[in-house]
Design a protein around this ligand. Structure first.
Ligand code: S3P
Ligand code: PEP
Length: 449
C-alpha cells in the first residue's frame, strides 16, 4: 500500500496510542497471574495481537468487556505441566519482544513447544537461547540461532550470567519466568553490559503491579530473587488486578516531532512519570530548541526554528527514526550516538534511515557508533518503509515539511506498533492520500454500504 503525505500545517489535540511495550508485558504478567486481570486501554497493534494470541495458545481466556477494557483469566500456573495449545505451537508474529519474553515462559512447560514468527523476525538473532536455556535445564533446537525454536522444559532457575549488550528483551523474559517458578533458594541473574536499561525498569514495574516476585536490582548488574513458592495451584480468580496500558512514548515521539516541525498541537496521554525509555525525546526536543511546553495534562508543540543537537540514544534505540526526522529539520549537523544498537531491528535502521532520508535530500553519515544528520531542505520523493514501521513513520513525519509530496511504499508497516498513525496525522490536519481511501473503501464493502 502506498501513502502520500503532502506538506501540511498541523493543529489540534491528539491522544497518544497504547504502548505495545506496556501491553505485551501486561499480557505476559496476566498469563502468570492467578487472579483475574482487567486491562484498560489495551493496544491493538500487530505486536499486541501477537502477545494476545500467544497467551491464548497457552490457555488464557481473553474477554472484551467494552472497547476500552479486556479481562484475562489464566490457569497457566495451576497446571504443573502448564497448558499449551493442542498444536504445541505459538506464533510471535513479527514481535521481537514477544519471542524473547515468551520463550523462557513457554520453557516453563514440560513438553515440547515450537515457537515461530514471521517477516523480519525470521532473520533476527535468537542464539542467546541456544546458549542460556540449556543451563536452565531446557532442551532447545533452533535454526542456527534463528526461528523456529523448539523448546522442552521445564525451566529451573539457577544462577547464571548473561550478556545484555545485544538486547534487554532476553532479560525481560528471564525475569518473568524466574518470578513464576518455584525457588528453593535465592537465585541471581548476573548481566554484563546491559543496554536499553529503562525497558528493564518497565518490566520490573509491570511485575510489581501484577504482584509477581520482583528481584533486587543491583545497578543493572545483578537481579536477585528471594526463595519463594509462587502462588501456583491456588487459583484466586475471584480477586482482581487492574492495569492501565500506558500511552506510547515511542510512537508518541513521532507526534511530538511532527508538532515541533509543523505544529501547533497538543499531545495527551503520555505519562511524564513513565519508565519508558523513549520519554527522553523531550530532552532531544529541548536540545534542538523546539517550541515545547509541558503541563500536567499534556505537551504543547509549535513550529519554531531549530538548531542541530547531540543526543545519546544507546538506551532508547527506537528514538533514532523520529530523531532523524527532527534533525532533518534543524539547522546544522546533529550527532546521534548508538548506531550499533540498530543493526538487528525490523531493518538495519542506521542504513535504512541513511538511504530513505537520502532520497528526500537529507545527508546522513554513519561513523562507527555515531550518526551525523545534516539538516534540510527536504524534498518530495518516493521512499520505502523497508517493511519497518518506524522508518515509515519517520519518513511521514519529515514529509510534513518537504517542498512537495512524499509517497511511502509499503506504508502499512506501521501496523506493527501504531496502526492509527496516519489517521492521527490526518486528525491533526495533515493531507494524507492513498491508503486511507483504499481502507475506507474496504470498510464500506465489508459493512455493505
Ligand atoms: O522491551 C521492549 O519493549 C523493547 C526493548 C527494546 O529492544 P532492545 O532491548 O533490543 O534494545 C526496543 O528496541 C524494542 O522496540 C522494545
Ligand atoms: C524493535 C522493535 O520492536 P521488537 O524488537 O519488539 O520487534 C520496535 O518496535 O521498534
Amino acid at each position: 500500500m502506498n501513502i502520500t503525505i503532502h506538506p501540511s500545517t498541523l493543529s489540534g489535540n491528539i491522544y497518544a496510542a497504547a504502548s505495545k511495550s506496556s501491553m505485551q508485558r501486561a499480557c505476559a504478567a496476566a498469563l502468570l497471574s492467578t487472579q483475574k486481570v482487567i486491562i484498560k486501554n489495551p493496544g491493538h497493534s500487530n505486536d499486541d495481537m501477537a502477545a494476545m494470541g500467544i497467551i491464548k495458545a497457552l490457555g488464557a481466556e481473553i474477554t472484551e468487556i467494552d472497547k476500552e477494557t479486556i479481562a484475562i483469566e489464566s490457569r497457566f500456573l495451576n497446571d504443573p505441566a502448564h497448558i499449551v495449545s493442542k498444536e504445541n505451537a505459538v506464533n510471535c508474529g513479527e514481535s521481537g519482544l514477544s519471542i524473547r519474553m515468551f520463550t523462557p515462559i513457554v520453557a516453563l512447560c514440560n513438553n515440547e513447544v515450537v515457537i515461530n514468527g514471521e517477516g523480519s523476525l525470521v532473520t533476527r538473532p535468537m542464539d542467546f537461547f541456544d546458549e542460556i536455556l540449556p543451563q536452565l535445564g531446557v532442551t532447545i533446537a533452533s535454526n542456527n540461532g534463528k526461528l523456529p525454536l523448539k523448546v522442552n522444559g521445564p525451566l529451573r532457575p539457577r544462577a547464571i550470567t548473561i550478556d545484555g549488550s545485544l538486547s534487554s528483551q532476553f532479560l525481560t523474559g528471564l525475569l518473568m519466568a524466574f518470578a513464576a517458578a518455584p525457588l528453593a533458594e535465592p537465585v541471581t541473574i548476573r548481566v554484563n553490559d546491559l543496554k536499553s536499561r529503562p525497558y528493564i525498569d518497565l518490566t520490573l514495574n509491570v511485575m510489581k503491579q501484577f504482584g509477581l516476585q520482583v528481584p533486587e536490582n543491583d545497578n543493572y548488574e545483578t537481579f536477585t530473587f528471594a526463595a519463594a513458592q509462587p502462588e501456583s495451584q491456588i487459583s484466586n480468580l475471584e480477586s482482581q488486578i487492574n492495569y492501565t496500558v500506558e500511552g506510547d512514548w515511542s510512537g508518541g515521539a513521532f507526534l511530538l516531532v511532527a508538532g515541533a516541525i509543523a505544529g501547533d498541537i497538543r499531545v495527551q496521554g503520555l505519562q511524564q512519570t513513565s519508565t519508558q525509555a523513549d520519554k527522553k525525546i523531550i530532552e532531544a526536543l529541548m536540545a534542538a530548541n523546539a517550541g515545547i511546553a509541558m503541563d500536567a495534562k499534556g505537551i504543547t508543540l509549535h513550529a519554531a526554528p531549530m538548531t542541530a543537537f547531540e543526543f545519546d540514544a544507546t538506551d532508547c534505540p527506537d528514538l533514532f527514526p523520529p530523531l532523524v526526522a527532527l534533525a532533518a529539520n534543524c539547522k546544522g549537523v546533529s550527532v546521534i550516538k548508538g548506531v550499533s544498537r540498530l543493526a538487528h531491528k525490523e531493518s538495519d535502521r542506521g542504513i535504512t534511515l541513511q538511504e530513505e532520508f537520502g532520497k528526500m535530500g537529507i545527508r546522513v553519515d554513519l561513523d562507527g557508533d555515531l550518526m551525523h544528520v545534516h539538516g534540510g531542505p527536504l524534498k518530495g520523493a518516493l521512499v520505502h518503509s523497508r517493511h519497518d514501521h518506524r522508518i515509515a513513520m519517520a519518513c511521514a513525519t519529515a514529509a510534513l515539511k518537504a517542498d512537495s509530496a512524499v509517497t511511502i511504499e509499503d506504508a502499512e508497516a506501521i501496523n506493527k506498533s501504531y496502526p492509527d498513525f496516519y489517521d492521527h496525522l490526518k486528525a491533526l490536519g495533515a493531507t494524507v492520500t492513498g491508503g486511507l481511501e483504499y481502507r475506507n473503501a474496504l470498510n464500506e464493502i465489508y459493512s455493505g454500504e
